[in-house]
Design a protein around this ligand. Sequence first.
Ligand code: GAL
Length: 367
Amino acid sequence: MKKMLALVLSCIMVLAIAGCGGGDNAPASSSSSSSAQTGGKKIGVAMPTQSSQRWIADGKNMKEKLEKLGYTVDLQYAEDDVQAQVSQIENMITNGANCLVIASIDSNALVNVLEQAKANNIPVIAYDRLLMDTDSVSYYATFDNKGVGVAIGKYIEDKMGLKEGKGPYNIEFFAGSPDDNNAHFLNTGVFEVLQPYLTSGQLVCVSGQTSFDAICTLRWSQETAQKRMEDILSGYYSTGKNLDIVVSPFDGISYGVSAALEGAGYKVGQKWPMITGQDAELMASKNILSGKQSMTIFKDTRILADKCVKMVQAVLEGGQPEINDTTSYNNNKKIVPSYLCSPVPVDKANLQKELIDSGYYKKAELE
Ligand code: GAL
């Protein structure tokens, strides 16, 4: 009898724990109260690529947070293949998605498939990258993309003593993918801060390549950036000029830049240039500690996912999501109501506080 009672009690405990939301791997249906609210609705999450660590974290965060609320999640990566992303979204629509969350590869290439979403009354939320030329997008969750560029520019201004009149320094610029609206916003921010110093001659772009068309990097590709850096070093710096600063808008591009510099004989610690970045990837964080990269911009994907999930809930369950910008993101069809998270510049001085103390990385991962 006692044994029976113990068995019954332990069954009750197991059920109670499962009912409390379960672990990360708990099936969606286990959080019964939330799935009652969300009705097990299907969310299609389309991510661009797994070649960069950040998107893996973004996808994982979104999936976990949505499943905890009782949604069913179809998470797809298109490995930077534009057509593959179109097909994935078409499949999500066919399979009865109730809402789509999209981080696009080419933001202009989704116009037709987004029309299909609209025809099926499926709300769409743009994740980190704005969806252009469409009115089939309800909300946009992102970081302050121009603010990222301003932060990169200000870091250079501050650390190189530009306000105090120091220089001249040789500088080269890299921008992101031309089909990603973020790349344009970021670049505007960079030049807003640094253009006066190019004009004054404190910064000298030896290659002369400063226009967006000249400095952009299709698909934010590390290989493309490395090749361009190699060409610049051999074409403009082979006669003894030192490259002092490289503006990089993404950690992946910073890796390509570093590889080209190493190939040209530059050594960390010996007139190695200041190199910027974005995303606080694990490798970039290690490179900051070793002196190979000077800084990155930390975009906490946990916060971005939180804001985006609230948008999903709002479009599906009713209510207003948190919005803090209704003017900046015009996609040529409408101004998309947005939530802009705050980017945080990180270098050796605050890496511990921002990335380790905040639990984003474990100390051991960085060793
Ligand atoms: C951009 C994003 C950056 C970086 C880049 C390459 O859209 O704003 O943070 O992730 O894509 O993936």
